[in-house]
Design a protein around this ligand. Structure first.
Ligand SMILES: [Mn+2]
Length: 493
């Protein structure tokens, strides 16, 4: 640190620090997230978490910056060139935050960078150093020399002695880069350290962070609830903008206007607004088609607020009334979601929720003549994705299908049915398939281009799930009433 408190002004400094660290709900939450991790890591570990790199959009223009999710989880810092170091064995400085040096000229061009005091206030971390000092810091610590007066031999004794005994652990997020991808920043860091320092083994911190991140803190739940409230309001604005002759992008604009107007940083994922046959494209990226009377519109769109991603899908008729054909598929998907919700209780898994959904969809698809056999995989022609995923800092958040659900976990339940003629056209022409096609072609023709997905965001509580996105009309009756009036009928249900 460039300036230290001299004794004469120590009291004032202490007061200033106490005031500047008067914890916000976020910084309190961050501090307790790190405290849990420090405990878990133990005294012979040094953890290093790196920020995400900026990504080039085109020429000298970058994409909007998105912080690495694990670094955000532990620091709340959203600027690049940020590094968090945790040394649980240290005497008093167990957390060190490295942030980009301030630079008035750069800030004139690209905006304010956190001062050290601001970084302390935001993160609750008292030791803040410039990122430009990180390499020297790391080299000194790994050489057991200590770094400056703040990290002298006494301060880092526990880790230094672990290094000396060959027991030290270097905890990093070991993201697997895909084959052919350039090495990640963490891999590059390990490479640099490999031949130069000894006494440590690298360990992957990702599984530990995963288990922590899966159970949301009260602060995170508050942010996710707000993200979902905004998303729900936006979905309803989208429903009001949908009409025969309107373009998909008009619905998208109405939705994203609400996100921004209500203070969300951005969408949680690019909005999916697909009308007619586009409703059968899972991640339909364009939104340039003109909606026609009688078609369905599938809208999968939600906001990111406070780095929490909500996730909601609704499918509704642009003319305001479901046709009988659309109703058949919609009723089935809604029934599947309702049945899945019933078994979403503590102790269940996303896999179990998915299996229940599949069973319900199979029965329904058989009745509609879209499959001939519920024992096998025929249903997968029309239901092509998983039923659930966890949500949180990432819209597809950490956590797997076999993790046991406990209170505080947040996830979606989103069955869908998508009828595309091309699916049976592309089946291998085996005798069994030709027989199947002969039996289901009439139904496929009847339901062709109907795509329905229904998705809500849920939080697990002690006695079952709570639907955070319940405000958006979902039953056929409520949707048709909303499309007529632009209003929900009965308040919260
Ligand atoms: Mn989803």
């Amino acid at each position: 640190m460039p300036r230290t408190c001299r004794p004469a002004i120590l009291v004032v400094c202490a007061l200033l620090i106490a005031r500047s660290l008067a914890a916000s709900p976020l910084s309190e939450d961050l501090t307790s997230r790190r405290a849990k991790l420090l405990d878990r890591l133990g005294p012979e570990t040094m953890a290093i978490l790196l920020s995400a790199p900026a990504r080039v959009y085109s020429g000298d223009v970058d994409y909007e910056y998105r912080q690495d999710s694990n670094l955000y989880y532990l620091t709340g810092v959203t600027q690049e060139d940020t590094i968090l170091v945790l040394m649980p064995g240290n005497v008093s400085r167990r957390e060190v935050l490295f942030i980009k040096d301030r630079n008035p000229e750069r800030e004139h061009w690209t905006g304010h960078l956190l001062s050290r005091d601001e970084a302390r206030e935001r993160t609750g971390i008292t030791t803040v150093l410039p990122t430009s000092a990180f390499d020297a810091f790391l080299g000194a610590v790994l050489s057991r020399e200590g770094y400056g007066s703040q990290f002298d031999g006494k301060e880092i004794a526990a880790f230094a002695s672990a290094l000396e005994g060959g027991r030290a652990k270097l905890a990093l997020v070991m993201d697997a880069a895909d084959a052919g991808d350039p090495p990640t920043r963490t891999q590059q860091l390990l490479q640099r350290l490999r031949d130069r320092y000894v006494g440590y083994v690298p360990v992957d911190i990702a599984p530990t962070l995963k288990t922590f991140r899966m159970v949301k803190t009260p602060y995170e739940l508050e942010m996710l609830t707000r993200a979902t409230d905004i998303s729900a309001e936006a979905q309803m604005a989208g429903m009001r903008a949908a009409a025969p002759g309107a373009f998909e992008y008009q619905v998208k604009a109405a939705i994203e206007a609400v996100h921004r107007a209500r203070g969300a940083v951005s969408w949680a994922y690019p909005s999916i607004v697909g009308s007619g046959p586009n409703a059968t494209i899972l991640h339909y990226p364009e939104a340039d088609r003109q909606m026609q009377a009688g078609e369905l519109l599938l809208v999968d769109a939600a906001a990111n607020y406070g780095y929490q991603a909500s996730d909601i899908t609704r499918t509704y008729p642009v003319s305001g009334r479901f046709s009988d054909v659309q109703r058949d598929i919609y009723d089935l998907v809604l029934h599947a979601q309702e049945e899945a919700i019933k078994i979403a209780t503590p102790g269940a898994t996303l896999a179990a929720i998915h299996n229940r959904t599949v069973d319900v969809l199979k029965e329904g698809l058989l009745k509609l003549g879209l499959i001939t056999d519920t024992s096998g995989q025929q249903y997968a022609m029309w239901f092509t994705h998983g039923t659930s995923h966890f949500i949180g800092i990432d819209v597809h958040d950490v956590g797997g299908r076999n993790d046991v659900l406990v209170p505080g976990m947040t996830f979606t339940i989103e069955p869908g049915v998508y009828i595309r003629q091309s699916v049976i056209d592309n089946l291998p022409k085996t005798p069994a398939n030709l027989d199947l096609i002969g039996k289901i072609q009439a139904a496929v023709t009847k339901y062709a281009d109907v795509g329905v997905r229904i998705e809500d965001s849920f939080v697990m509580e002690a006695d079952g799930v709570r639907n955070l996105s319940v405000a958006v009309p979902k039953s056929i009756k409520d949707i048709e009433a909303f499309m007529r009036t632009g209003r929900t009928s009965g308040g919260a249900r």
